[in-house]
Design a protein around this ligand. Structure first.
Ligand code: PAF
Length: 252
């Protein structure tokens, strides 16, 4: 496995013999890898000749500077977790990915304004812009995204269609702990009691008869609720537990 911090070196490698005639699977991440990421990498490994992982804590998708500062940076542990599944790790510094200082960006004008977008203004502009940059750099045959970030997945798919991007966007099921909580790097910030409490979030989403009833039930159980909404057979929601923001979605 080779780790690239320089985009010049990466582009040379991507144009070289190691990639010639090989299919490329791509898993974009912000690091702090867990078993959910590993499932994406395993699928990429099974379906492609070469697997590229990106690790980049993307500053433009954080609307809260404190959240960006707190985001775990665990490159050595991430590289260890990816071992055996990944051929190349792309981990560039922000100045290399944003030589334009974010003057150029991708904006979607409808879905990106709802739910997550309404609570995190500018978030999806940052996500779509960095995903487009990474797809242009990696030129994958297949890119793997988790269904846990359901709205992100729809927007990335929509961008790929709207901008005629080559390559397939592959959706992968959410990986959950035994008690049903979706795996997330944010779970590590919960106290043991908060972690037990958090497992009621997906359960209430799944079992409530309607989105507004789910929101009421979550509030009654002590969650701060940002939103719960039903859309195209999926119920999605965002809550806070001990100040830690969790998102999830379930099929209705
Ligand atoms: O889902 C994530 O980890 C990020 O939003 C992504 C897709 C890697 C873009 O920074």
């Amino acid at each position: 496995m080779k780790v690239y911090h320089s985009l010049t070196e990466w582009r040379q490698a991507r144009a070289g013999q190691d990639f010639a005639g090989r299919t490329v699977g791509f898993v974009p991440t912000m690091g702090a890898l867990h078993a959910g990421h590993r499932a994406l990498l395993e699928r990429a490994r099974a379906e492609n000749d070469r697997v590229v992982l990106s690790i980049f804590v993307n500053p433009t998708q954080f609307n809260d500077p404190a959240d960006l500062a707190r985001y775990p940076r665990t490159l050595a542990a991430d590289v260890a977790l990816a071992g055996g599944l990944v051929d190349d790790v792309l981990a560039p510094p922000a100045a290399e990915l944003y030589p334009d200082d974010y003057r150029y960006r991708v904006t979607e004008g409808e879905l990106s304004r709802r739910w997550e977008g309404a609570h995190r203004p500018g978030h999806f502009d940052g996500v779509l812009t960095v995903v487009l940059k990474l797809l242009n750099l990696v030129r994958p045959d297949r890119s793997y995204f988790g269904e846990k970030d359901w709205q992100q997945l729809q927007l990335v798919r929509g961008m790929a269609e709207a901008l005629f991007l080559p390559g397939e966007i592959v959706a992968c099921p959410t990986v959950r702990a035994a008690d049903g909580l979706a795996l997330s790097s944010r779970n590590a910030r919960l106290s043991p009691a908060g972690r037990i409490h958090a497992a009621a979030f997906p359960e209430i989403l799944r079992e409530s008869p309607a989105a507004d009833r789910a929101a009421e039930h979550l509030r009654a159980e002590g969650f701060e609720v940002d939103y719960v909404a039903d859309d195209a057979g999926v119920r999605l929601g965002a809550v806070r537990v001990e100040g830690v923001r969790l998102i999830d979605n379930v099929r209705l």
